[in-house]
Design a protein around this ligand. Structure first.
Ligand SMILES: [Zn+2]
Ligand SMILES: [Zn+2]
Length: 287
């Protein structure tokens, strides 16, 4: 099957920047809420130029043994999250939440299930297990709140909606008395790619802006802005859902570009789309 969503080149690059500490610190957290601040601190911390990872450390899951290294790259995070303190935001008994090494938007996280019975499956198959699906939806929802908080941290200084709140904060108004600011949660999307090119199941938690210098190719944009991106909320998919069809999904990747915000059509003019996304980002963040 064609697996056009993510780039081999991205992953070659990913494994070369992945930090691999010789003295791994303790896991960041086992439960989400009380450690949220640590997750933010991690999001805020600068990405170190780390040593090349040692691929021989990896013991691939039996059924995934034949994978090329980039394709199986997510397994390291599942098996050894403590070795990636700069990328891992949260570890729960069920999932590992990481920052995408090649963010295609202002905030871009990946939620990885830890269960070996599920992590090697295509999402269509894994999500047939309704108990597993419910767990992933719940953990993705809390990951989205982390992503929204990070988006707010980066963008609220520019936000008209948050202006009164920012001013009150500067004036020393107690936290509980602050006026509400912009809610960034609706700007966070949760979904999977119809044909994921990385072998291990991962859910994208991504801000909608598509503003990133990592957004370099047509398929990068269309894989998040057509039906190729399937919201996790839409699972379980009906058997006859057209999004299951490979031909439908391949066509999505070569579709005309449509701006996520104003719906303007850009044909196949990627450079023009990129300039437009820049303008949209500037006005979106001022909302
Ligand atoms: Zn993906
Ligand atoms: Zn637009």
């Amino acid at each position: 099957m064609a697996e056009p969503a993510e780039d081999k080149e991205d992953f070659a690059e990913a494994s070369s920047v992945a930090p691999r500490n010789r003295d791994p610190p303790a896991l960041m957290s086992q439960t989400a809420p009380e450690k949220k601040r640590n997750a933010f601190a991690e999001l805020m911390s600068p990405k170190p130029k780390a040593a090349k990872s040692d691929a021989s450390d990896t013991k691939p899951h039996r059924s995934l043994k034949s994978l090329s290294p980039w394709k199986g790259a997510l397994l390291d995070y599942i098996k050894h999250p403590e070795q990636f303190p700069d990328q891992v935001l949260r570890v729960t008994p069920n999932t590992v939440l990481i920052k995408d090494s090649f963010p295609k938007a202002t905030v871009h996280l990946l939620l990885l299930p830890r269960s070996p019975e599920h992590y090697g499956l295509h999402p269509h198959d894994a999500f047939k297990d309704l108990e597993f699906l419910a767990m992933m939806k719940e953990e993705a929802a809390s990951a989205a709140r982390i992503a929204a908080a990070e988006l707010g941290r980066q963008l609220s200084p520019f936000s008209a909606t948050s202006k009164a709140r920012n001013e009150a904060m500067d004036a020393g108004v107690p936290f509980d008395d602050l006026p509400p600011g912009r809610d960034y949660l609706p700007d966070i999307r949760i979904g999977i790619h119809a044909h994921p090119s990385m072998a291990h199941l991962h859910v994208h938690i991504i801000s909608r802006d598509m503003h990133s210098d990592r957004l370099k190719h047509r398929k990068h944009y269309n894989s998040f802005n057509t039906s190729f991106f399937i919201p996790v909320a839409d699972y379980p998919l009906a058997d006859d859902d057209e999004r299951r069809r490979t031909s439908f999904q391949n066509a999505n990747l070569s579709r005309d570009f449509v701006c996520w915000r104003c719906k303007k059509v850009f044909g196949n003019r990627f450079a023009e789309l990129k300039r437009h996304l820049e303008e949209e980002f500037e006005s979106w963040k001022k909302e």
